[in-house]
Design a protein around this ligand. Structure first.
Ligand code: C5P
Length: 402
C-alpha cells in the first residue's frame, strides 16, 4: 500500500523549493498531502502543490473537507511521516510549546507518525537562543531536525540558515520511510536501458528496452542504503534519484565503464538490453536515401562484447553477478545456459511474449534460477517489487559468502 507523507509548509521564502521535493516524492509512488500555513500561501500558491501532489492542499482549519469529517484529525491519521519544511522560527516555537491555532499546528499535535523538521531562516534568528532551545525541545521528543546549510541567504546575509538541498531532504525522508538498510556499506553497479550502435552520424541500431527494470533495481538498492552506480544506455524512463549515473551509448562503451568499476563493486546486476551486433564499418557521412525503392542497402554487422561474460571472467569470488534472460521460447533452458556461460550467481528469466512481462510495461513475470539449480517462479508483480525480490536474493547470496 502506498505510504503517505504530510508536507507541512510554513511561511519562509524557501517554500518555493518544496515544489521540487513534492514532485520527487510523487515519483516514488508516495501519497503526498500538502498542508500550508497562511503565511506560506503568500510565498507560493496552493495551486502549485495541488498540481504536483495530485490532491487538494489543506490550508484552513475551518474549511469543510470533502475527504475528512474532522480535517486535522483525518489528515494526521493517514500519515506515515510528517515533514515540516521550511520550518520557520515561529512554527518551531509553536510546535515546541504545543500551540495549535491553525490547521498545520493542529495536525502536528494530532499526528503520531515520525516528524522531520527542516528549519530555514535568517542566521541571527536561527542562532537565537530561544530558537535553539525550541529546536532542542523538539529533538528531546524525538522529532528529527535537519541542520540548515550555510551560504548566502535571501535576506542578503551569509551564514547558517539556508534550507538544505532538496536532494538531502529527499534522502532523509526516504531513509525514515525505509528503515530497511540491509545494503548499507555495499556498492552495487546496475546497467539499464538499451545500447546503441551507430550506422552513420544520424542513425543507429537499438532495441525496445525502456530501462524501467534496471532503474527500479538501482532505486531500490539506493533506498536500502547501497552506493549505486547506474550505467545507463538510451532510455525514455526517468533516471532515479540518489544514484550515480554514468551515461553510455554503445555496448563497447558500456562494457569499458563496467570493467573499470568492477573491482570496487559487491554486486553487479545486468538489466540492460545490450545490442549483440554493431556495424563492421560505421559510415562517416549520412547515408543517402536510395533513388529507387527497389535498391537494397546491405549493412555488415559484427558482434559486440558480451558484457556480463567479460565481467564473469574477471569476477572475484566475493562478488555477486546477476543477469536477465528475456526469452521468447524455451525460457528455462536458455536461461540456464546463460547462467553458466556468463558465470552468474543467478539469472532472472522472463518470457517477454507474456502479457504483463518484459519491455516497456510496469509489471514483470519472472523466474529466478541459481547455480544450485533452484527455480523460483514469481507471480506477476510491479517492476519495483521484482527489483526488491532480486535484491533480497542478492543479500541472501552475500550472506552465504560471508
Ligand atoms: O545473451 P543474452 O543477451 O540473451 O543475455 C542477457 C543478459 O546478458 C542480460 O542481463 C544482458 O544485460 C546481458 N548482456 C550483456 N552483454 C551482451 C548481451 C547481453 O551483458 N552483449
Amino acid at each position: 500500500m502506498a505510504r503517505t507523507v504530510g508536507i507541512g509548509i510554513t511561511g519562509g521564502i524557501a517554500s518555493y523549493k518544496i515544489a521540487d521535493l513534492v514532485s520527487r516524492l510523487k515519483k516514488e509512488d508516495l501519497e503526498v498531502i500538502v498542508i500550508m500555513t497562511e503565511s506560506a500561501t503568500k510565498f507560493i500558491t496552493p495551486l502549485t502543490f495541488k498540481t504536483l501532489s495530485g490532491r487538494e492542499v489543506a490550508t484552513d482549519l475551518w474549511s469543510d473537507s470533502l475527504e475528512w469529517k474532522v480535517q486535522h484529525i483525518g489528515i494526521a491519521e493517514q500519515l506515515d511521516l510528517l515533514v515540516i519544511a521550511p520550518a520557520t522560527a515561529n512554527f518551531i516555537g509553536k510546535m515546541a510549546h504545543g500551540i495549535a491555532d491553525d490547521l498545520l499546528s493542529t495536525v502536528v499535535l494530532a499526528n503520531t507518525a515520525p516528524v522531520l523538521v527542516v528549519p530555514a531562516m535568517n542566521t541571527n534568528m536561527y542562532q537565537n537562543q530561544i530558537v535553539q532551545e525550541n529546536i532542542q525541545r523538539l529533538k528531546d521528543i524525538n522529532y528529527k531536525v535537519m541542520e540548515p546549510d550555510s551560504g548566502l541567504l535571501a535576506c542578503g546575509v551569509t551564514g547558517e540558515g539556508r534550507l538544505p538541498a532538496v536532494d538531502d531532504i529527499y534522502q532523509v525522508i526516504m531513509n525514515i520511510l525505509n528503515p530497511q538498510h540491509d545494503l548499507k556499506g555495499k556498492k552495487i553497479m546496475v546497467n539499464a536501458g538499451t545500447t546503441c550502435e551507430d550506422i552513420d552520424p544520424v542513425r543507429f541500431i537499438a532495441n525496445r528496452a525502456s530501462g524501467k527494470m534496471g532503474f527500479c533495481i538501482a532505486q531500490n538498492a539506493a533506498r536500502r542504503g547501497a552506493e549505486v552506480i547506474l550505467v545507463c544506455g538510451n532510455s525514455s524512463a526517468e533516471v532515479p534519484p540518489g544514484v550515480k549515473v554514468i551515461p553510455v551509448w554503445s555496448a563497447e562503451e558500456m562494457c569499458q565503464v563496467m570493467l573499470e568499476h568492477q573491482d570496487s563493486c559487491d554486486a553487479i546486476i545486468g538489466a540492460a538490453a545490450v545490442g549483440d551486433f554493431k556495424l563492421a564499418d560505421t559510415k562517416e557521412q549520412k547515408l543517402k536515401k536510395a533513388d529507387n525503392r527497389e535498391d537494397k542497402l546491405l549493412l555488415e554487422l559484427v558482434g559486440t562484447p558480451d558484457i556480463l561474460q567479460e565481467l564473469g571472467k574477471r569476477k572475484k569470488p566475493s562478488q555477486i553477478t546477476v543477469g536477465f534472460a528475456a526469452e521468447t521460447e524455451n525460457v528455462l533452458e536458455n536461461a540456464k545456459k546463460k547462467l553458466s556461460s556468463k558465470n552468474l550467481d543467478f539469472i532472472v528469466a522472463n518470457d517477454v511474449t507474456k502479457e504483463g512481462a518484459g519491455f516497456g510495461t510496469d509489471t514483470n513475470i519472472v523466474t529466478f534460477i541459481n547455480r544450485s539449480g533452484d527455480i523460483v517462479s514469481l507471480p506477476k508483480m510491479s517492476k519495483d517489487e521484482v527489483a526488491a525480490r532480486i535484491l533480497d536474493q542478492v543479500i541472501e547470496l552475500m550472506n552465504r559468502l560471508q
